[in-house]
Design a protein around this ligand. Structure first.
Ligand code: ZN
Length: 163
């Protein structure tokens, strides 16, 4: 039986993510494959949409526009903070993520976008926001999700949650 990828299926795949400048942003080939539950917003929406209907053994190239990837880059959200706003022993680096508190006390992930002297530019924009995402994908396995996996919205067992 060759299951086609659809909602509530557990998909195991290998991928390589290349940006338009040719750089490889991320890849699983040569390491552990990605395992996710389809239809539960566990991967970027544009990729999930285009994987529907694929079966085990399929190889495909998928291009995802920023709006269906990590979002458009919104420069109005960038903020400049002085170096002194960070713990003195923190090793700051461009691309580093950290948790901050939003206006209502909620946790917000911020990334360091640039460092110039004492000025540290931080942003809630994902580092891949504004980028087209070019995925090379190999479908390793497709199986039906268990009742518990559907209830939780994520995969259990190898490559998934253990609890
Ligand atoms: Zn669970």
């Amino acid at each position: 039986m060759n299951l086609a990828i659809a909602e509530d299926h557990v998909v195991t795949l290998h991928y390589r993510l290349t940006l338009d400048d040719g750089s490889i942003a991320d890849e699983s080939f040569g390491g552990e494959p990605l395992v996710y539950l389809h239809g539960h917003n566990n991967i970027v929406p544009g990729l999930e949409k285009q994987l529907a209907g694929k079966v085990q053994g399929d190889n495909c190239e998928v291009t995802v526009a920023p709006g269906e990837g990590y979002g458009e880059y919104d420069p109005t959200l960038d903020q400049t903070a002085p170096r002194s706003a960070f713990p003195p022993d923190a090793q700051l680096a461009v691309g580093m993520a950290f948790q901050a508190r939003g206006p209502r006390g909620q946790p917000v992930t911020l990334w360091i976008r640039s460092i110039k002297g004492d000025d540290v530019v931080v942003t809630p924009n994902h580092p891949l926001a504004g980028q087209a995402l070019n995925f090379k994908v190999e479908i390793v396995e497709v199986r039906a999700a268990t009742a518990d996996e559907k209830k939780h919205g994520h995969v259990h067992g190898p490559g998934g949650h253990h609890h």
